[in-house]
Design a protein around this ligand. Sequence first.
Ligand SMILES: NC(=O)CC[C@H](N)C(=O)O
Length: 468
Amino acid sequence: MDIGILDIKGALPLFEDFGNLPTKIIDEKNYKEIRDLLALIIPGGSLVESRSFPEEIKREIIDFDGYIIGICSGFQILGKRVDVGRKSHPKIIECLGLLDVEFSPLVCTDRVKFKINNKVFGSGIGEGFHCHTYGNIKILDKKTEVLTVSEVEKLNYKINKKEIISGAFKGKVFGTMVHNFLDNLFIRDNFLNYLNITDEEREEIFEKNKLIKEELKKRALIYKINKKYENNGVKKKRGILILSTSSNSGKTFLTTAIVSKLCGKVFVAKIGGDVRDIVPSLYLIREPMTKYNSIRIGKSGWVSVEEFVDFIKNSNYDYIIIEGVMGAFTGAMKGISSYQIARKLNFPVYIVATCNLSGIEGAFVEALSYYFILKDILDVKGIILNRVYDFNLFEKLKNLAENYGVKLYAVEKVDEKNIPEIEIDYESFCLNASKLNINIEIPEIEIKLNEEEDNFLLSVEKFIRRLL
Ligand SMILES: NC(=O)CC[C@H](N)C(=O)O
C-alpha cells in the first residue's frame, strides 16, 4: 500500500521531507490511483491561489476513504473556503469542504513549537515552521477538531507572542499550517504504528521514498525552463546578495529571475524572517525550506550570520543567492540593516532600484549614492534598474555610468500580476520571472565572516566630504 504525495501545478512536494513517507507521486495523469492509497499527503504551495486545482482530482480526493494529510496550502484546500482578499475586500475561493474550516488572512513566518494530542499522530510538543499569508483558522463545526496549536512570536509582521490554532481534523482528514509536521519523529512513528506498519514495511517505505524524491526533483520547473540546469555541486562557490534602495523594488521577482538563469546547485536565502519571498525560487528548483534559508536581522529571522556561514562553508552549493530586506540602509543606525549583514557575510552585492517611484532618472541617482557609499566597505558589483520603461534613456545612463566604472543593468517593466505579499501563483510567477532578460555576473565568493566594526554615520560623512 502506498502513501501518495500530490504533485500538481503550484505544489511544493520537496519543501519538506514529510517524514520520508511518500512512496508514490500522484499527478494529473494517475490521480485515479488515489483510491488505492493508504494515505495521501497534500503539500504546501499556491494550490488555492492558483485556481488550477483539477476538478477530477478534487472529486477523487472527496471520494477517497484513506488518510489525508494536508500541509499549509494542502490544509487550506481541504477546508471549506479561503478569503484571499488580503489587501482588498473579501475574495473567497471555495475549497473541498472535507474539513469544516474557513481561512482568512494572517501572515506568519515563524519557526514554532506546536502542541498536539491526537490518537493517530500522538501527543507532545513538535517543531516546524509557518510560511503563510492566509493562516487565520476558524473551525465552523464541532465535528472538526483542533489538531495542532502553535506558539508564535510574530503575526502580521508584529511581535505578538501567543498560541494560535494551526491545525484541524475530522475523521481521517488532517490538516495543519505547520511545515515539517511529519518530520517530527514522534508524529511519524505514531502514525506508522497506528497504521500497524511493520519494521520491514517501514524500510521499504523509506527506500521507495528516496526514489520518488529523485523523480520529483527531476520534475522541477527549472529543468523545463533552463535546459542547461544541472544539480550536482562541484564548482567553486559563487554568490551575491541583492540589496535595494527601498522595499517593493521587485527584489523577489528579480531573485527568482536570477535563479532561473543559473546552472548548478543553488541555495537561496532571505535576510529576515519573511521567507515567503524565497518560496518562488524554491518552487522553481524544488529545494526544501530549512532553517538556514533565513538569516536573522535584529529580532527577525531564523539563524544567525555565524550559523549561516558555517552551514554554507560545509555545503556543496555552486551558487548562494541572498535576498535583502527593505532598503539596504533601513535600520543601519541600529546596526540592523541589509548592507551590514552583507558586510558581515563578506558577500558581493548588487543594488536594485525601481523606476516606478521617481522615474528612471531618480532611480539612477538614488542608486548611485548607495553605490558610492557602499563601495568603500563592500564589493559592489553594479546597479540594477528595475521596471525600466524606456531603453533609450537607459542606454544613455548606462554609458555615463560606464565612464566611471559603474556597471548598470536594466530589467524591463513587466506586468507583475502577483506578488508574494498578496496572492501568488508560483507556477506563473516563476515562468514570468524566467522570461526576464537579465544577465549579471555572479562572482566567486570567499566564505569568511567579516568582524570589522561598521560605522554607518562615518561612511555617509565620507561620502558627503567627497562630494564637497
Ligand atoms: N506555504 C504554503 O503552503 C503557503 C500557503 C498559502 N499560499 C498562503 O500563503 O497562505
